[in-house]
Design a protein around this ligand. Sequence first.
Ligand SMILES: C[S@@+](CC[C@H](N)C(=O)[O-])C[C@H]1O[C@@H](n2cnc3c(N)ncnc32)[C@H](O)[C@@H]1O
Length: 239
Amino acid sequence: MRDAWEDEEFALRWDSADSLRTNPDRLNQLELLVALVQQRYRDEDCILDLGAGSGLVEEVLLQRMPGARVLGIDHSPAMLALARRRHAGSPQVQFRELAFAALPGAELDAAPFRFILCVQALHEVEHTAKQQVFAEARRLISEDGRLLVLDRFTYDHENFKAEYRAVWQRMNRAVELAEPIDYDEYHARYSNKSDHVAGVDDYLKWMREEGFTAECLYRQFNRALLCARPATGTVPLHR
Ligand SMILES: C[S@@+](CC[C@H](N)C(=O)[O-])C[C@H]1O[C@@H](n2cnc3c(N)ncnc32)[C@H](O)[C@@H]1O
């Protein structure tokens, strides 16, 4: 089953769902992401958000950095409509309909960007498309920029089922959800999704191949925050 981002009802349901049930660590991850931006952000910077969706990441960004300038791109008009509505009062936050595949050659006025974010979006696209996104990020980022990627990754359920169950239970206890999802249900639900989840090491390898120095800064169960910066002495590759 694929997520129907083009469908308005699906978009509304996703936006209003309690995302902590399927990612109990999400708020913590977003706070960490924003802290990493905040420590280097300068007034003239514009942040590029790839797969911005309904603007929930921007919401957390603006809570900590009310004046932050952001350009969010996404291929779903339904998600972008929600994002525009959510940020109608913040003219410095803009959204544009653009698919990852259309990034090569796309003119983005605010480039180069000192921050490029991509939150829970790359697992949606095939691995070759992920690699192309990293190549485009290298083209669009400033030499002192940071690419921050949060996503869902593969995990070795077969060999570490009991250990992952314990980690999942602990993550759920930490946020005290009224109706937490049981680990087996979570695993069944997500292993049946037809998306394109890869390993943390795959992402780091692809980033390095496109001219980044890359590191996994934070990992919790199947979620991780990766940070990449242009490798010294590299120039963007153009496919
Ligand atoms: C799980 S949502 C995450 C949204 C947002 N980053 C967040 O964390 O709240 C994934 C988003 O990626 C977008 N997306 C998926 N494939 C895309 C593509 N090929 N090009 C642009 N956006 C894409 C979807 O439309 C959706 O809005």
